[in-house]
Design a protein around this ligand. Structure first.
Ligand code: 13P
Ligand code: SF4
Length: 304
């Protein structure tokens, strides 16, 4: 194994030489976040993928995030350092299932959470992320929405919009695993802490939270809040960024087990390998790409 600093130095050289931008999701390993040019939530990273004037995007995250970058920026080469970094929730809806559901609910508009495949996005009217789901659904000129694939986010949207939501039976294993009892025991240990929860959590967890945010929403809130202590109900990779940006504040995971294995597969060695070999390239067939892009563009217009 190479010395860690030597790997970082080589990554930085290759980034410059090849005009690469490295995007990392807030759940990535801390040392991967530290070498990234941008760290953010799904929405922020999609925007960066479009805006950054790079030839190559190295996407440190999971499959659907890199696919979104490839859909939005076809002129850039999009690479993912580990092709097995795949969101299990995104695999809980197929294009064929969506096609059948659309037939059953012809009067509903289809909103797909970005945690979905390019093929599912292509069958959707609009996409959303956890940061803009309520805003996107409220912007639609319809009363019924087929919401794919996260039933917890769908439930949150149903309670915060006037729309009738038709739910899909998908969920994030990492967030769905957190229970009210986890919130209760962390609150018992840290009585003065504010509780922040991600809308992929179950309703019983969201009801106990002081605030509900996307991952970048949480970082913004923690930096601006006067509170000094926070219980974080999302994937624990976010704690790295929160602690780094707020060294005077204290952050506690709601559950020690809230770790997404797919978000941890990418490490510094695989990033270096990716830059050297320019693999693994993420591509989306042109027909699916143009249809999926419409749903993503509509989201970017409607939601912050
Ligand atoms: P954010 O868009 O809030 O970062 O969430 C992405 C995700 O995968 C949550 O599990
Ligand atoms: Fe998918 Fe959940 Fe992992 Fe996010 S945390 S990538 S939703 S499995």
């Amino acid at each position: 194994m190479q010395d860690k600093q030597a790997i970082i130095d080589r990554i930085n050289v290759l980034k410059k030489e090849k005009n690469v931008v490295v995007l990392a999701h807030n759940y990535c390993r801390g040392d991967v976040q530290d070498i990234a040019d941008f760290v953010g939530d799904s929405l922020g990273l999609s925007r960066q993928a479009v805006e950054q004037p790079a030839d190559i995007i190295v996407f440190c995250g999971v499959d659907f995030m890199a696919q979104s970058a490839a859909i939005l920026s076809p002129e850039k080469k999009v690479l993912i350092p580990d092709m097995f970094a795949r969101c299990p929730m995104a695999a809980m809806a197929t294009a064929d299932e969506v096609r059948k559901a659309k037939k059953q609910h012809p009067d509903a508009m289809v909103v797909s959470y970005v945690n979905s495949s390019a093929e599912v996005k292509a069958k959707s009217d609009v996409c959303c992320t956890s940061a803009n789901a309520v805003e996107v659904v409220n912007s639609l000129d319809c009363s019924k929405v087929l919401f794919i694939p996260d039933k917890n986010l769908g439930d949150y949207v149903a309670r915060n919009t006037g729309k009738e939501i038709i739910f899909w039976d998908g969920y994030c294993p990492t967030h769905n695993h957190m229970l009210e009892s986890d919130v209760a025991s962390s609150k018992e240990a840290h009585a003065g802490a504010e509780i922040l929860a991600h809308p992929e959590c179950r309703r019983e967890v969201l009801e106990k939270a002081d605030h509900i945010f996307s991952t970048t929403g949480m970082t913004g809130h923690c930096s601006s809040s006067d509170s000094k202590e926070f219980i974080i109900a999302t994937e624990n990779g976010l704690l790295h960024r929160l602690r780094k940006e707020n060294p005077d504040k204290h952050f506690y995971p709601c559950s020690e087990y809230a770790i997404c294995p797919d978000m941890k597969t990418i490490d510094l060695e695989s990033v270096l390998d990716c830059l050297e070999k320019e693999e693994y390239e993420v591509t989306v067939g042109e027909k699916v790409r143009t249809q999926a892009k419409k749903a993503l563009d509509r989201m970017l217009e409607a939601g912050r």
